[in-house]
Write a protein that binds this ligand. Structure first.
Ligand code: ADP
Ligand code: ZN
Length: 601
């Protein structure tokens, strides 16, 4: 049974001076920052709390100082063993009795820590949620003088959170098993839904919520249209951050390797970091990055949790992030020293397609998939916005703000145009489909009457309307487009909807191969799909691998050039005289058919 936990309504046992004394003597800081003092006072007095504070805001002190003031054992639940290790080491250096229990400990060490915990000889005990729920650990805690539970990275408990971890669900047992021990939940990112879920699952309803501003005024946000991303990245670093420390985030391990090698070959000291590297290589690269100036870390999102380096001057995303929370957390690693820093992203809507596909095909539950898809929608909306990036980013976290005057949309407003007629057609079509059709179906219906815009442009219009709140995507019903409370206003006489002008995006791979982008993406894509299907058939008939019929690059070139004659077909690289003789008629017929059909639309 918990021994010494006072309840929230006991008289304040600590004065602000006591807290300040701990801050100074133990941690060596002269003053609390932001809301720290308030949180510390509330939690030290035994209150439950939910703390939402941006990365680098100083969440750790919010429970470490109360832990020392309250005496007894504060249990810190943290998802990553590596993070625990760093925290325990840092506390120990400051003379705080801190320990962790996890699988890396020997049996003797485990027994020693357990004894110390039971005797109250440990002030801060770090545990993973998996460890916490073991019978052995629960009985240890029941026999120990508990002071406080601190749940770090609390968004992991929410299925809406961008980083849901099922193990965290078991934490709802804390209030049942230890009703007298106060709880403080901390996170750096949570949208409204995630917040509500944290409060509900951890029974923090009676606690205080401490919301800090998410604004990072020294970070300048920029999104550029992705073309040849390596060249763009290199120019960005050379022109704006030569010799400076930075992080480049990529989606895949191979992209990390490629990009780091590319930068390195161009005289920028870049290191790779991803989960596929050995633990020691990761450690070395991380240490090198932390200890030196001017190193660029090229990484997957595996990199960064708990990284506290003050002089990161830029964070670049060369692939689309999967959630606004992730983007915010990653970009938040820039400019911790308060000096100007940049968050730069190279964006192409094409990047999102494979991510949506992965989500659709994943083995996660239906609800999970819908949540993931709507998180990705929000990233696209942020990328496509014609509004101030900072305003949009902060609005995502429920904060209103004014245009920053520094981001790309503020300094260089996108070319935009009155799209009211198109938006009205879109809304009318959504209604005609009784709000049950998804974007693809609605766009299909719109295009059936043969007018422009093209499919890609319609998609951009839909994304922007979603971003503006004129259209909603109902992920619970397979992505059906719906009207919102704003929709009918669009039909008002004077209402004008200005959207970012759409331009055909160029695919990075095509730029690399020095080809021009296809004129009409719809035809190109359809043709490519049909060509591949045809190739698969022929390969089967002939009993050969598909690339023996035609290489992918050749099919792409055919789809792009859409040849009408045998001689133009023959000039496409990869179509020799033999292949032209064998497959020429098939190809020309296929191309003509698809082109005629898509033109007619
Ligand atoms: P978070 O967990 O919110 O990302 P941390 O607790 O790791 O942030 O703190 C970020 C950095 O700010 C750390 O280096 C920490 O020592 C420092 N810090 C936190 N609070 C203060 C303070 N009151 N005064 C000075 N430095 C602080
Ligand atoms: Zn702005």
């Amino acid at each position: 049974m918990p021994a010494t936990a006072p309840t929230a309504d006991t008289a304040l046992p600590f004065t602000p001076d006591d807290a300040l004394a701990v801050l100074k003597t133990v941690f060596g800081y002269p003053a609390f920052r932001g809301q720290q003092a308030e949180v510390v006072a509330h939690v030290a007095a035994g209150g439950n709390a939910f703390v939402l504070m941006p990365t680098g805001g100083g969440k750790s002190l919010c429970y470490q100082v109360p832990a020392l003031l309250r005496g007894g054992v504060t249990v810190v639940i943290s998802p990553l063993i590596a993070l625990m290790h760093d925290q325990v080491a840092a506390l120990t250096r400051r003379g705080v009795r801190a320990a962790m229990l996890n699988s890396t400990l020997t049996r003797d060490d485990t027994a020693r820590v357990e004894r110390a915990v039971r005797d109250g000889g440990i002030s801060l005990l770090y545990l993973s949620p998996e460890r916490l729920v073991t019978a052995r650990c629960l009985s240890l805690l029941a026999a120990s003088p508990l002071a406080l539970f601190a749940i770090d990275e609390a968004h992991c408990i929410s299925e809406w959170g961008h980083d849901f971890r099922p193990e965290y669900l078991s934490l709802s047992l804390l209030h049942e098993r230890f009703p007298c021990v106060p709880r403080i939940a901390l996170t750096a990112t949570a949208d409204a839904q995630t917040r509500a879920e944290i409060v509900q699952r951890l029974h923090l309803g009676d606690g205080r919520v401490f919301l800090s501003s998410f604004d990072r005024p020294n970070i300048r946000y920029r999104v550029v249209e992705k073309r040849n991303v390596h060249t763009q990245l290199l120019a960005f670093i050379r022109q704006r951050h030569a010799g400076k420390t930075g992080v480049v985030y990529c989606q895949s391990r191979s992209k990390v390797e490629e990009t780091a090698a590319f930068l390195d070959a161009h005289g920028i000291s870049a290191l790779p970091y991803h989960a596929g590297l050995s633990a020691s290589a990761r450690q070395d690269n991380q240490a090198w990055f932390l200890e030196r100036r001017g190193v660029v870390m090229v990484a997957t999102i595996a990199f960064g949790m708990g990284i506290d380096k003050a002089d990161v001057r830029f964070v670049a995303h060369i692939d689309v992030p999967r959630s606004v929370e992730g983007y915010y957390q990653e970009t938040g690693r820039a400019g911790r020293d308060g000096l100007p820093a940049e968050a730069w992203m190279a964006y192409s809507p094409h990047d999102a397609e494979p991510l949506y596909q992965q989500i659709r095909q994943s083995s996660a539950s239906g609800v999970r998939r819908l949540i993931q898809a709507s998180k990705l929608d929000a990233v696209l909306a942020l990328s496509e916005t014609a509004e101030c990036r900072r305003v949009r980013l902060l609005r995502y976290f429920g904060e209103s703000s004014r245009a920053c005057g520094a981001c790309d949309t503020c300094t260089n407003p996108p070319r935009s145009a009155d799209a009211t007629p198109a938006v009205r057609r879109l809304l009318a079509c959504i209604k005609a489909e009784r709000q049950q059709a998804n974007a693809g179906q609605v766009i299909g219906a719109l295009r059936a009457d043969g007018r422009t815009p093209c499919e890609e442009e319609w998609r951009a219009i839909v994304r922007q309307c979603v971003a503006l709140g004129i259209v909603a995507i109902d992920h619970e019903t397979g992505g059906a487009l719906k009207w919102t409370s704003e929709s009918s206003g669009v039909f008002g006489e004077r209402r004008k909807i200005v959207l970012r002008r759409w331009r055909a995006p160029r695919k990075a791979t095509e730029v690399k191969h020095r080809t021009r982008p296809p004129r009409d993406l719809g035809t190109y894509a359809t043709l490519l799909v049909r060509l591949r299907a045809w190739r698969a058939d022929r390969a089967r008939q002939l009993g050969v691998p598909v690339h023996v019929v035609f290489h992918d690059a050749t099919l792409m070139e055919i789809a792009r050039r859409q040849p009408r004659w045998r001689w133009t077909l023959g000039r496409i690289p990869g179509v020799g005289a033999n292949k032209r003789a064998a497959f020429g008629d098939d190809i020309l017929k296929l191309v003509a058919g698809v082109v005629a059909r898509t033109r007619r639309r």
